[in-house]
Design a protein around this ligand. Sequence first.
Ligand SMILES: [Zn+2]
Length: 205
Amino acid sequence: MANSMTRHDSGNNATWTKIIVSKTDYRDIMWTDLLEIAEDHWKWVQAQPGAYTRWESCLVAALFLPSTKGGVIFLSTIPRGSKHTEMMNGARAAPAWFHATTGGTNRNTNLQLHAEDGAEFLFETSPYARGIVSRNLQYVTPDRDNAHSRMKLAVWGRHKTSPAQGESIALCTVSEKQPKCPAVARALNIAYCERYKVRFEQQHR
Ligand SMILES: [Zn+2]
């Protein structure tokens, strides 16, 4: 299946990830197109056994990296099980992400992991991160690929109160996670999807 994802661990400990290279979207991607990719994979993953957390959430975060060789999209569900363990101990594997998500403390005490963290970790531990992770621990894309934008992050899925077909999910603003996903994205120099950005695109098509 074109929209399938790779499973790590099983049952209620399952996490799904995927890396896609897009030849058409390479310098930049529309928010609507990034959301569509997240939605397309969510449709597949939400039907898998154990896809929903005990809080009845199933999310797919999509992180876009511009590259003239083909834009790369990193997809992840909410990290659980072995992927969760790997990420909680991921200071060495993904130092920029770990620094940002722990608020600069590099200590995982009380650290909560969201789907956005999964996508960021997947990127930073991939060969594509080489030359992108700067010395000051930000993700910096080469100007020749991408003069105007940065890496982009969007989430599609369902919380308990969402419609059955899922919806565009804003990065967390009310969760107990500290720092929250928007702050982590800003620390890493990632642009993230917000309702007004999608509206702006739709009005200027
Ligand atoms: Zn979050």
